[in-house]
Ligand binder design. Structure first.
Ligand code: BV8
Ligand code: ZN
Length: 253
């Protein structure tokens, strides 16, 4: 029994309970990870072509690594920024943005690639920062990419000469409290919490779907394979986010 508008051909057979939840939901959240950007050509962290396969996160995505070798870490983020700039939001990002026309939608993302914003989503909590923003480690002056001369190697702060770093959360660092608290509140108030494209092993971010579940939200996982979260999900949809999310939009609109 689908609630899609007449004439919409659905490829996916969705469970009746899910369709009823979708039909009555007022507030939904999308907790997303690197997998939602995979179809935009951005490698995930832990998949078969994951970037962590080539090097350990400890080697690059942490403050000590940056202070030990700022040029190397800066160049690695420059390389990832170039990939992100060439990438486009995919059908999954776009479907989430379009759902805002029909439902109260919040996006709680672990991604730093800015693709949800570029797709048009307006209520976004960025738990791990944003690769387009940078700040000085000494005086915390913020710099967006265009302001930095694209010199080779780590840029220096114009105000105090300190090292400029990407505004992303590294291992061992606190998450931005306002983003985490905002994401947690949205999760607790949600009727449905979609968990999309994440291995759900990085904490404290991975607590977000747990908070949703404890508050009575219906947990729907969208992933190409089972994850740490699968056993907690009320419903798992195995497949590509860029194919499943447009089908969910077709049902709602
Ligand atoms: C903290 C930003 C403490 C940077 C990232 C030892 C020392 C220190 C800390 C720890 C430690 N041991 C554990 C910890 C905690 C640690 C942690 O959780 N580690 C894990 C690895 C065990 N957490 C932290 O360090 C956090 N901070 O704890 O601070 C503290 C406390 C108080 C006071 C002071 C300090 C900070 C964690 C944030 C780290 N930053 N990224 C950067 O990107 O360079 S983490 C990184 O992993 C990304 O943000 C990413 O989003 C995140 C999670 O990965 P996923 O998004 O899930 O991606 P992944 O590749 O894993 O999975 C992709 C999924 O998609 C797969 O399931 C795949 O099947 C699926 N998929 C693929 N294609 C598709 C698809 N699904 C659908 N469709 C497709 N087409
Ligand atoms: Zn400075």
């Amino acid at each position: 029994m689908a609630f899609a508008s007449p004439g919409v051909k659905l490829h996916m057979e969705f469970k009746k309970e899910f369709l009823e939840k979708l039909h009555t939901a007022k507030k939904i959240i999308f907790f997303t990870g690197a997998g939602i950007s995979a179809e935009s050509g951005i490698s995930t962290f832990r998949g078969k072509d994951g970037i962590w396969n080539k090097m350990k996160p400890e080697e690059l995505a942490n403050f000590n690594a940056f202070m030990r070798n700022p040029d190397l870490v800066w160049e690695w983020y420059q390389h990832r920024r170039d990939i992100v700039h060439k990438a486009q939001p995919n059908a999954g990002h776009t479907a989430i943005a379009k759902l805002e026309k029909f439902l109260d939608v919040s996006v709680v993302t672990q991604n730093i690639d800015n693709l949800h914003r570029r797709a048009g989503s307006t209520k976004i909590f960025e738990l791990h920062g944003n690769i387009e923003r940078n700040f000085c480690v000494d005086c915390r002056t913020f710099y967006n990419m265009p302001e930095l001369e694209l010199t080779h190697g780590v840029p220096k702060c114009k105000k105090c000469g300190g090292l400029v770093r990407p505004d992303v959360v590294w291992f061992g660092e606190m998450l931005p409290q306002d983003q985490f608290a905002g994401g947690e509140k949205a999760a607790e108030q949600s009727d449905i919490c979609f968990v999309v494209g994440t291995s759900a092993i990085v904490y404290p971010a991975a607590y977000i779907p747990m908070s949703a579940k404890q508050a009575g939200s219906f947990i729907v996982e969208i992933n190409i394979e089972p994850t740490e979260l699968t056993r907690y999900a009320d419903y798992s949809l195995f497949g590509k986010a860029g194919e499943i999310l447009p089908e969910i939009l077709d049902i709602v609109k």
